[in-house]
Design a protein around this ligand. Structure first.
Ligand SMILES: Cc1cc2nc3c(=O)[nH]c(=O)nc-3n(C[C@H](O)[C@H](O)[C@H](O)COP(=O)(O)OP(=O)(O)OC[C@H]3O[C@@H](n4cnc5c(N)ncnc54)[C@H](O)[C@@H]3O)c2cc1C
Length: 289
């Protein structure tokens, strides 16, 4: 946990030192910070739930036996998995921002503008992270409250406050609707500008589909299935983007429902890839110990 806290502070400090408080850049950092705070708070909450520490205090204790119910265990497992996924995306995005800023020449007269430009390149990732993180937090507190049963609903118990507080995350720092539109909008813009080789990738997948079924690419290693799943998810996202742009052409930006659905697909792909990368890294470091 402290690693990305320091990273965020480091990157934020860099930006502050540059003396620039550009609204969009601040928003992107702030979005990362918001997710980081949410993950930290709710990870701790989930740990406490799992261990039954704080919840077992007081006259209306959550009984040890409740934790043994399969459907309660399922909620705790889903929570741990979702927090793991959000952390994976967060580490990756903040790490990439750090790496991009580290390449800049601090003595350059254009340093401030360079920082701003570099951060803006991560607008899509930050928007995805904001939506993904805020909706994850909402599900986590909802499950945590459910585990408490009726006591979770009353003000005496801290989870009630968490439940109310979590709701705002989908509204401020750019509503989730606007962030979904930003995600797909920026991707399309980058693709049309040619800064992201999306159009050739879409064409390749569309050609593959038209050519009919092909032999599956075999993947090896402990995460072979996950790699295969990720490759298919990427193809689906490219295929859907291709079909949508063919169907709507210049009117695409007005199709908000389609833009929103595509943003969700992109977000799932980013999360899946980040989970696979994080897990591989962890496996490697465990083996080398
Ligand atoms: C507790 C709290 C703290 C806040 N703190 C700050 C702060 O520190 N700084 C700050 O600047 N602001 C802050 N805000 C304001 C917050 O950022 C806005 O509430 C938020 O941006 C939504 O704007 P709005 O309330 O005007 O809703 P509206 O913009 O009216 O949106 C209403 C609904 O319509 C949707 N919508 C709006 N436009 C579109 C569109 N073009 N396409 C599709 N859907 C759309 C929205 O997603 C939303 O669901 C805070 C708000 C709250 C409640």
């Amino acid at each position: 946990m402290p690693t990305y806290s320091r990273r965020l502070q480091g990157a934020g400090g860099e930006f502050a030192r540059a003396g620039r408080q550009g609204a969009s850049d601040c928003l992107q950092y702030s979005q990362c910070g918001q997710v980081q705070a949410g993950v930290q708070r709710h990870w701790r909450g989930a740990q406490l739930t799992a261990r039954c520490h704080s919840l077992c205090q007081g006259p209306h204790r959550l009984r040890e036996a409740d934790i043994l119910f399969g459907l309660v265990q399922e909620k705790i497992a889903q929570t741990a998995a979702e927090i793991y996924a959000t952390e994976a995306v967060l580490y990756r995005v903040v790490g990439a921002i750090d790496a991009a800023l580290a390449e800049l020449d601090k003595n350059s007269p254009t340093f401030t503008q360079d920082v701003q430009r570099r951060i803006e390149e991560f607008a899509v990732e930050c928007s995805i992270l904001k939506v993904f993180g805020s909706e994850m937090v909402e599900r986590v507190v909802d499950r945590t409250l459910q585990i408490h049963g009726g006591y979770g609903y009353v003000e005496e118990y801290p989870v009630e406050r968490s439940y109310r507080d979590a709701r705002i995350n989908k509204i401020f720092e750019g509503t989730n609707e606007i962030n979904r539109l930003i995600t797909t909008g920026w991707m399309l813009k980058r693709a049309l500008q040619g800064t992201l080789p999306l159009l050739p990738a879409i064409k390749k997948v569309m050609d593959e589909v038209m050519a009919g079924p092909a032999a599956r690419i075999p993947y090896e290693g402990p995460l072979a299935e996950e790699h295969a799943l990720l490759a298919s998810a990427k193809k689906i996202s490219l295929f859907c983007s291709g079909v949508a742009s063919q169907k709507f052409g210049n009117e695409f930006a007005e199709q908000q429902e389609v833009m929103g659905a595509l943003a969700d697909i992109l977000s799932e792909v980013l999360a899946l890839e980040s989970i696979v990368l994080r897990t591989e890294k962890m496996n490697k470091s465990t083996r080398s110990r």
